[in-house]
Design a protein around this ligand. Structure first.
Ligand code: CUA
Length: 337
């Protein structure tokens, strides 16, 4: 293989690999809305790719053709020049843009965004705030469930999600499932998503919303119907009682510190609503709006140095704990399965 063909093969491999990254909308989609957008994306890519190639071909042709003196050139044919401008500058772009415009309208119409009415309840209410998402599952047998950063849904069933914000504009975006939809103050947008196969679908806030916009992540976890029902039933239960001495002590530390002012642990005296609900914290994969893995080291670091990990977030640095108290506190939090 000649060196330059290797470069081309490598570049193509990168492009194709990029199509299957967890947050690419161009391939391996898992729902009808995303599928429609992917096909639209490919149409646009091919159309603009062809336009780019033709344009560069013409530029090269002009640049490389044999040059002569000015006198050798035939006088410029005005009609000929005008035809080039009319065809290349007006007719071709008009046709290309019209075709793309119509297919975009088609995609928009296929997956409408509704403004909510009170008539029927959404399956999930998603609230954006600086800088995390919170999914709310309405009151069922048990109680209301609030889950930060992760949206669990059953596979194959259409799920209505109502999008709202507590402060500025954020945007819901799970590329493998649905296109971007904004969370706008004062407006309740409602969308419908369907996951066609089980899996974890990554996404993130897609509208700049302040300092930690980049660390405002979101993932959808699609489970088979039965597993989903089990998950939801478990989430509706109050927090489990701590079973070890360390966890019991950790609960005392939690209750006597500032934690309950902002966090809820259902079944205890902690009812704060400013920060994420911690009732089943240990059942979650990530903390801090999806920015960090949920493990002992990150939990302890987050409690004591949240402002270094995610500067500007509402979680303060809580540096008053002794080493033993901090150990106990994280043991308690990790017992909240
Ligand atoms: Cu929320 Cu960007």
């Amino acid at each position: 293989m000649r060196p330059h063909s290797r470069v081309i093969v490598f570049a193509l491999a990168l492009v194709i690999a990029g199509c299957d990254s967890p947050q690419s909308y161009m391939g391996n989609t898992a729902g009808p809305a995303a599928q429609q957008l992917a096909s639209l994306g490919w149409q646009a890519l091919l159309a603009f790719g062809a336009a780019t190639l033709i344009t560069w071909g013409l530029i090269l042709w002009v640049a490389l053709r044999r040059r002569g003196t000015l006198a050798e050139h035939a006088p410029i044919d005005a009609n000929h020049g005008q035809a080039w401008i009319l065809i290349g500058g007006v007719a071709v772009p008009f046709v290309v843009l019209a075709v793309l415009f119509i297919s975009m309208l088609d995609s928009l119409a296929a997956f409408p965004i509704h403004h909510s009415s009170e008539a029927n309840q959404p399956d999930i209410r998603l609230t954006g705030q600086q800088w995390w998402f919170e999914a709310e599952y309405g009151a069922g047998p048990g109680s209301q469930v609030f889950v930060p950063t992760e949206i669990y849904i059953p596979v194959g069933r259409p799920i209505d999600i109502e999008l709202q914000t507590r402060d500025v504009i954020h945007s819901f975006w799970i590329p493998k499932l649905h296109g971007k939809v904004d969370l706008v103050p004062g407006i309740l947008n409602r969308i419908r998503i369907i996951a066609s196969r089980p899996g974890t679908y990554e996404g993130q806030c897609a509208e700049y919303c302040g300092m930690q916009h980049a660390l405002m992540r979101l993932r959808v976890i699609a489970l088979p119907e039965q597993e989903y029902a089990t998950w939801l039933a478990h989430q509706r239960e109050p927090a489990s009682e701590p079973t070890t001495d360390a966890a019991r002590h950790g609960r005392e530390v939690f209750m006597s510190a500032a934690c309950p002012l902002c966090h809820t642990v259902r079944g205890t005296g902690a009812h704060g609503r400013l920060g994420p609900d911690l009732t089943h914290l240990a059942s979650r994969n990530r903390i801090a709006g999806g920015a960090f893995r949920n493990d002992t080291a990150n939990l302890q670091a987050w409690i004591t140095h949240a402002q270094s990990m995610k500067p500007g977030s509402r979680m303060p640095n809580l540096t008053e704990f002794s080493g033993a108290d901090l150990q106990a506190l994280s043991a308690y939090l990790q017992s909240l399965r």
